[in-house]
Design a protein around this ligand. Structure first.
Ligand SMILES: Nc1ncnc2c1ncn2[C@@H]1O[C@H](COP(=O)(O)OP(=O)(O)O)[C@@H](O)[C@H]1O
Ligand SMILES: [Mg+2]
Length: 590
């Protein structure tokens, strides 16, 4: 291959920048190959075996008084290459440098393969170098670092995020250490908000709203509050503490063989019994002088303790005697109970509405949720499901949690509960067994929807569950893939914990700035390229890559389904007669 000389003269070497002047662009034939994002190499003055590799940041064209054009390239030093081995950083070449040329294909290839000399390097490839004209140059990442240290894929709609996600995960499920048959040991859980990924993973275990079973009894305090309490209600503290007390009491009552029962023990409680108890508490009346002497309409009952009273209240709802003053004729006075002053009425009616809602009963409060065991719940999300009619593919590398049918009001707690269970699972796995033999990857599509930057109470639980994984998950073998078209609306905690980024075309200036701010400073204006990337192109940065690269992601095998409706195609068809208004309005109301 003919080496193309830039005949570039290095005119400045700054800590993070080299400036190169090209006098005669015509003398350099491959000028069109010199793009922002492509590589330049600069020869050392002393040792011709050492070359500095830099990535082009910008071009300037200077027109001199005589009308002559001079070209100025600003590039960002990435590292040195010596005897075909690339070393990051180390921009110490002997000054003055000799000359700059475009980096040769051999050198670039050497750089990407030199990673394999590092200890523990697990080569994982899903893309090639963009800009490289004819011959493909693989851009591998260190697969261990890539998956272990959380990664983010950001880009505007249509930039290729879903395809990239699909490609990365498809390759991960296809990797094999030896030529064994059957599944490899990858464990990927995709939170799929638009039902896009089923088509990309035909072998996956897809959990839709119709077969999702979410045990309400595993919800934690934050999740329960998010579900049942009206945010901003002054009474929230009291209501929440009463709710916790009753749940704890009911867990004790329902699990007599357990010696230690706490509010958040993963033990069953009965939500309908809790509701009974609340209904009774908001109506109860008592002997004016004895809080435990309860005045039912068919006679009084004196309880030994609050616990005993609650146990009685769990069973059903009762009628109570009306309040009255003490008098000679009537006898002792009857007054309202501590909670029957109207202060919990709104809360109880809210609780009632939720628990009775047809839609929520289907997967959260119904019999299936009451009966599923803790173990089955975990198996459901880990691809170790039992073979029965509900679970088509019992074993699966990819579990798709299809959130498209989950009512908006419980989206956050759904994501929170599943994420938290998987984190706790990994935590106890490590505690019990030692290092995780089955590390998990949790993939959040449209992550800004459940891990937003804003402090909205509505997303408090999903945000805190996912942030905890971002901060601590690595130790326990549980890591994150965060996909978002609005990175600037994403929790900063999450984003700053990501060590690898695939930044695709980004057109919104807020998002561009946000992404630039989070990327290493030294990268300077390379990030200016973000708005002009093609679909499928991305800036790949992070610990898992040898150097920042503009990549073109490979096409995936099975594509995720697009959300784009082919309007004109549909409009061109004949008038559609059979609209099922009845069915549509019914599913709406239920
Ligand atoms: N690696 C790629 N090379 C070429 N085109 C791609 C690539 N990835 C995606 N595309 C195209 O870009 C479009 C948008 O992709 P998609 O993954 O749905 O984007 P997003 O999820 O960011 O909205 C699709 O039509 C797809 O065919
Ligand atoms: Mg998408």
């Amino acid at each position: 291959m003919a080496e193309q000389k830039v005949n570039g003269e290095v005119i400045a070497v700054l800590p993070n920048k080299v400036k190169i002047k090209i006098d005669d662009l015509n003398a350099f034939k491959g000028a069109e190959q010199l793009k922002v994002g492509s590589y330049i190499q600069i020869a050392d003055n002393d040792n011709s075996d050492i070359k500095l590799i830099a990535i082009i940041e910008s071009f300037l064209i200077e027109v001199t008084e005589g009308g002559e054009r001079k070209y100025l390239i600003e590039a960002n030093p990435l590292g040195t290459i010596e005897d075909g081995v690339f070393r990051r950083g180390g921009d110490s070449i002997a000054l003055p440098p000799k000359e700059a040329t475009t980096a040769s294909k051999e050198d670039i290839k050497a750089i990407y393969s030199s990673g394999s000399n590092e200890s523990n390097y697990e080569r994982f490839c899903f893309a090639q170098l963009s800009h490289s004209s004819k011959e493909r140059i693989d851009v591998p990442v260190n697969g261990n670092r890539f998956f272990n240290k959380h990664f983010a894929i950001v880009g505007s709609t249509g930039s290729g995020k879903s395809h990239t996600t699909a490609k990365v995960l498809q390759n991960a499920t296809q990797e094999r250490k030896s030529d064994f048959k059957g599944l490899n040991n990858s464990h990927i859980i995709i939170f799929d908000i638009h039902s896009e990924y089923n088509s990309a993973f035909p072998e996956s275990n897809s959990i839709t709203i119709n077969d999702l079973i979410l045990p309400y009894w595993l919800l934690n305090g934050d999740e329960l509050e998010e579900l049942f309490l009206e945010s901003g209600d002054n009474n929230n503290y009291n209501q929440s503490s009463l709710l916790r007390t009753l749940i704890t009491e009911n867990k004790i009552y329902k699990n007599p063989s357990e010696s230690k029962v706490y509010f958040d023990s993963p033990l069953k409680f009965d939500i309908d019994e809790i509701l009974n108890c609340f209904q009774n508490l908001r109506k109860e009346t008592k002997h004016t002088e004895n809080d435990l002497d309860i005045q039912f309409s068919d006679g009084n009952k004196i309880f030994k303790s609050d616990s005993e009273k609650y146990q009685h209240y769990f069973k059903k709802t009762y009628e109570f005697a009306s309040p009255r003053r003490a008098s000679k004729d009537a006898g002792h006075g009857i007054s309202k109970g501590a909670f029957s002053d109207g202060s919990i009425d709104k809360f109880v009616s809210r609780l009632n509405t939720k628990v009775d809602s047809q839609r929520l009963r289907q997967f959260l409060f119904g019999d299936k949720s009451k009966n599923i065991s803790f173990e089955e719940t975990l198996r459901q999300f880990l691809g170790y499901g039992y073979d029965n009619e509900n679970r088509k593919n019992a074993k699966s590398n990819v579990i798709i949690v299809d959130l498209s049918g989950v009512p908006f009001e419980v989206l956050s707690i759904t994501v929170s509960l599943i994420s938290r269970l998987l984190f706790d699972y990994s935590y106890y796995y490590k505690k019990q067994v030692g290092d995780n033999d089955m590390p998990l990857l949790l993939v959040y599509e449209e992550a800004h929807k459940y891990v937003p930057k804003s402090n909205l109470a509505r997303f408090k639980s999903s945000r805190s569950s996912i942030e905890r994984i971002a901060k601590e998950g690595r130790k326990y073998g549980i890591s994150l893939a965060i996909i978002s078209q609005r990175p600037s609306e994403l929790s900063e905690t999450i984003f700053s914990q990501c060590n690898n980024f695939i930044a695709m075309r980004l057109t919104n200036p807020d998002d561009q700035n946000y992404v630039k701010r989070l990327l290493p400073d030294s990268l300077g204006s390379v990030t200016d390229i973000l708005p002009s990337l093609q679909s499928g192109e991305a800036l790949l940065i992070g610990e898992a890559t040898v150097m920042p690269s503009i990549i073109l992601v490979d096409r995936c095998d099975n594509e995720p389904s697009s959300n784009d409706i082919p309007y004109l195609e549909k409009w061109k068809e004949e008038w559609f007669e059979n609209v099922d208004f009845k069915g549509i309005t019914k599913s709406w109301k239920d």
